[in-house]
Design a binder for this molecule. Structure first.
Ligand SMILES: *[C@@H]1O[C@H](CO)[C@@H](O)[C@H](O)[C@H]1NC(C)=O
Ligand SMILES: *[C@@H]1O[C@H](CO)[C@@H](O)[C@H](O)[C@H]1NC(C)=O
Ligand SMILES: *[C@@H]1O[C@H](CO)[C@@H](O)[C@H](O)[C@H]1NC(C)=O
Ligand SMILES: *[C@@H]1O[C@H](CO)[C@@H](O)[C@H](O)[C@H]1NC(C)=O
Ligand SMILES: *[C@@H]1O[C@H](CO)[C@@H](O)[C@H](O)[C@H]1NC(C)=O
Ligand SMILES: *[C@@H]1O[C@H](CO)[C@@H](O)[C@H](O)[C@H]1NC(C)=O
Length: 488
């Protein structure tokens, strides 16, 4: 009974229209309807038999509707014990009470790390939608969150990592997958940095269309009339390739820095991994900031953040260039470095990783988060007994070395790749099934469930999160805010 309604709701979301609100919560209606049959049946017994028959028929009809409504519209209410969520479930969301899947039993549907976790009510809803595991996630979502795919290209992972929002133009810059599946880059071919006009993308979503993605145009933006025509007709080509110099090879991470882009590259072949400043507007000139550790090449630099209170730059190195066949074998441990922009001094602040990856700081600068994506091994394949883990550290007040390492969270799906912290200290990381969100204490409170890998995401103004999902870009409107941009 629930499936047809769900399928109905999902048809819209699965379609290419881009307009797909999954209205999943009407608990008030459900309660009212669930109570109606009893009330009606009582009234019926006091009336003549003819009226009684009519009322009984109507009651039965209402009861049927109530059952239909209860199972179809009351998202997340089909918990193991049949209780309803103790809150109003927001739009496009499903409540997955941890009690309801605590015991799967001998005939349970168990899974591995690459299969999606969609128990109970979420099993028949097409992504994207929000999975709520604890009430705390409501503070992230607010009452009317939305989640839309803004652009996609099934044959090109054009939106991998390095999301950097530029408020002045409301654009997000990002890089295509370097060396991985659908990346269209390898030892012989550089990856691609692109940008999307969020104002235009939002307008397109409002009009029920996707910005889309065709072959990206090089150079400057199309004239406004062109954009407008596309918005009205097919809304394409609002993703533009950013023409960078050859100094930028295999971009894998990036962060805003003093009004510019600070990108981090993995290098390619003998071309060195590097930190590069990029001007975020034509002519997109760039300046290499660092490309060695006392004369030695890094392995393949991965991700970067600026420490919020000191302005010092921290970045991670990993062996994915080698594991994806575009860099020589590693010559250094996979570890975290610190670059003091004033003195130019570079040193190591944390080691002991299999494959250090994403990095982020809490807004007060006291805590550092570093992900270890050991489970994902490039040509070595994946190994589910290896870490897929976010580690937290104290940032030592005097030395800024990372101390007191502890597990912050282990993801249940894929690996935690890029990572961001919001204004309330919650941690977001791109995982195998979308973007997962943990409370400041490390409890998984919810997922922005895409049903596909997201390697990175970035806040783009209050309540707006842009998620890179390899072959797609999603825009979420939620209640949570990112850290102030000037802190980076
Ligand atoms: C039923 O689910 C609710 C909501 O999570 C939970 O608080 C309660 O303990 C459960 N009751 C039983 C009997 O399992
Ligand atoms: C996970 O399970 C699926 C379905 O059984 C299977 O295709 C896949 O190979 C498994 N992955 C791993 C890493 O074992
Ligand atoms: C982004 O798109 C909007 C709406 O089409 C347009 O007004 C604006 O000029 C564009 N921004 C840039 C930087 O091209
Ligand atoms: C996907 O991207 C590739 C590379 O830019 C392009 O050749 C192709 O036309 C795009 N496909 C669609 C459907 O936009
Ligand atoms: C780009 O060029 C301008 C003008 O020469 C210069 O002021 C700026 O520092 C350059 N930016 C970068 C990132 O190289
Ligand atoms: C997976 O990793 C574990 C721990 O490092 C190791 O013992 C095991 O041999 C690995 N398995 C495979 C198939 O590589």
């Amino acid at each position: 009974m629930m499936v047809p309604r769900r399928a109905e709701a999902c048809k819209g979301s699965a379609s290419h229209s881009g307009v797909h609100y999954i209205k999943t919560s009407q608990p008030t209606t459900k309660f009212e309807q669930a109570q109606n049959p009893d009330t009606n049946a009582q009234q019926a017994s006091n009336n003549s038999s003819f009226v009684m028959v009519c009322v009984v028929i109507i009651s039965a009809f209402i009861a049927l509707c109530a059952v239909e409504s209860a199972s179809g519209a009351g998202s997340g209410s089909e918990n193991a014990n049949g209780t309803s969520p103790p809150f109003v479930v927001p739009s496009q969301s499903v409540f997955l009470d941890p009690h309801s899947f605590a015991v799967l039993g001998p005939d349970g549907a168990f899974r591995n790390a690459s299969q999606f976790f969609t128990p109970g009510a979420s099993a028949s809803i097409a992504p994207p939608y929000f999975q709520i595991f604890t009430q705390e996630f409501l503070d992230v979502l607010g009452p009317t969150p939305s989640l839309h795919r803004a652009a996609h290209n099934t044959t090109f992972a054009f939106a991998h990592e390095a999301p950097i929002w530029v408020p002045a133009t409301d654009e997000i810059f990002f890089a295509s997958n370097d060396g991985g599946p659908l990346g269209m880059s390898d030892l012989e071919h550089n990856s691609q940095v692109s940008k999307i006009n969020l104002t235009a993308a939002e307008a397109a979503i409002k009009n029920g269309v996707e910005v889309g993605y065709t072959e990206v145009r090089c150079g400057s933006d199309p004239p406004f009339l062109f954009i407008h025509l596309y918005l009205i007709l097919s809304t394409r080509r609002l993703i533009l390739k950013v023409p960078l110099s050859d100094a930028v090879q295999m971009t894998n991470g990036g962060t805003p820095h003093n009004g510019e882009l600070m990108v981090i590259t993995s290098g390619r072949g003998s071309l060195p991994p590097s930190l590069v400043r990029v001007h975020p507007a034509p002519p997109y000139n760039d300046t290499v900031v660092l490309d060695n550790f006392f004369g030695r090449q890094f392995n393949s630099l991965n991700d970067i953040k600026v420490h919020p209170t000191s302005g010092v730059i921290f970045f991670t190195d990993s062996s994915y260039g080698f594991l994806n066949n575009f860099r020589p074998a590693p010559q250094l441990p996979n570890q975290v470095y610190r670059l003091d922009p004033r003195s130019g001094s570079v040193r190591v602040v944390a080691d002991g990783f299999v494959r250090s990856n994403g990095i982020a700081f809490s807004g007060d600068g006291l805590t550092a988060f570093v992900t270890d994506t050991a489970e994902s091994g490039g040509f070595l394949g994946s190994n589910e007994t290896e870490p897929a883990t976010i580690y937290a550290f104290d940032v030592d007040a005097r030395t800024q070395a990372f101390t007191n390492r502890r597990v912050f969270a282990y993801t249940d799906n894929g690996v935690p790749d890029g990572i961001q912290v919001d204004a309330a200290g919650r941690v977001y990381s791109g995982c195998g099934d979308g973007t997962q969100v943990w409370s400041p204490t490390g409890e998984l409170i919810g997922k922005i469930f895409l049903g596909t890998t997201s390697a990175s995401m970035a806040f783009a103004g209050p309540g707006r999160l842009v998620i890179l999902a390899e072959t797609a870009v999603y825009i979420a409107h939620i209640a949570a805010d990112g850290l102030p941009l000037q802190d980076f």
